[in-house]
Design a protein around this ligand. Structure first.
Ligand code: UDP
Ligand code: MG
Length: 309
């Protein structure tokens, strides 16, 4: 009988662990799907790890690993996929915003021979207007630079073992789980789901962290920002030729140049564009630096007692 691994990253989710574990395991028992539920404690500051240990004692097939500090959701997912033993893995959130019933649908599609089953959001749930606006713009940008339409995609996915293995072989440190499955290819299909309301705890995303997330993911997927600065450079060059010709004409026709404002504006303009360009290049260099350091993407500090380990 094939095994389904359910990987659940959890950061400060003490109130959700048992609820999620019971809800999911009851559902799987009812459907007679043999599965393991693997929680990844992403360096929580609350009792999340204690709750995971409790869940693993109370419920069969619940396991947990604990990371040494908060490494972020992407790394937690990676840690979970590395330790999952199943023939296919589903990654889902701890807060049950990804409806557990969809797991069954995904599992059936996997049995039908699909390697990746993507969860697509039917709507964005009850999210603020500003957040929706930014999310939409972010995905439009991502679509432009990568060619993948990910506007409705999420981290809620089923991956076949061979996809998981391919994913784990990727060497880069900063990954964008949502997009990489597009990049990996394989036979995939989508299922739609309705984003549920979070019942306990609160979202880990502040606006600042969302902006950082956007920048990291755009730059790790494309070099478009560098092309944009090249284009700005070309525009400035054309502009400078026009202005140069005009000044020369003025000079030879004997009109004196009253150019203080122009010079200041040009200096400021060129200066700031240069700074910005340097910043963007610097950002890519910093990424290269991060990557060449070859540090592990997460460190496991503890595991729940495992009979066969
Ligand atoms: N999460 C994590 N590490 C983090 C932040 C979040 O493992 O540093 C987990 C979190 O516990 C939850 C999932 O990622 O299971 C989604 O987080 P959240 O619900 O805050 O995001 P949202 O649903 O608001 O996008
Ligand atoms: Mg959530």
């Amino acid at each position: 009988m094939p095994i389904l691994s359910i990987v659940i990253p959890a950061y400060n989710e003490e109130k959700m662990i048992l609820k999620a574990a019971y809800t999911i395991s009851e559902l799987l028992n009812k459907e007679k799907i043999s599965a393991e539920i693997l929680f990844v404690n992403d360096g929580s500051e609350d009792n999340t790890w204690k709750e995971i240990q409790r869940a693993s004692q109370e419920i069969e097939n619940v396991r947990g690993i604990s990371l040494s500090r908060n490494f972020g959701k992407e790394s937690a997912i990676l840690a979970g996929l590395t330790h999952a033993k199943g023939d296919c893995c589903i990654v889902m959130d701890c807060d049950l915003q990804h409806p557990p019933e969809t797991i069954i649908e995904m599992y059936r599609l996997w049995k039908d021979g699909y390697d990746i089953v993507e969860g697509f959001k039917k709507s964005r749930g009850k999210e603020g207007k500003i957040k929706t606006f930014f999310a939409k713009s972010f995905y439009r940008l991502i679509n432009r630079v990568t060619g993948f339409d990910m506007s409705a995609s999420s981290d809620f996915k089923l991956l076949d073992r061979k996809v998981v293995d391919a994913y784990l072989q990727l060497p880069e440190r900063k990954v964008f789980f949502r997009a990489l499955t597009f990049w990996l290819g394989f036979k995939s299909i989508g299922v739609e789901y309705e984003v549920q309301e979070r019942t306990e705890g609160k979202t880990k995303w502040s606006y600042l962290s969302l902006i950082k997330y956007a920048i990291t993911n755009i730059t790790s997927f494309s070099t478009a920002p560098m092309q944009i600065i090249t284009i700005i450079g070309v525009l400035f060059f054309i502009f400078s030729i026009v202005l140069g010709v005009q000044s020369l004409i003025n000079f030879f026709s004997g009109r004196s140049l009253e150019g203080f404002t122009t010079v200041i504006l040009l200096l400021l303009g060129i200066g700031s564009v240069l700074m910005m360009s340097l910043g963007i290049i610097g950002y890519y260099i910093a990424k290269i630096y991060e990557e060449v350091k070859r540090r592990p993407r997460y460190i496991v500090s503890e595991k729940t007692n495992d009979k066969d380990e």
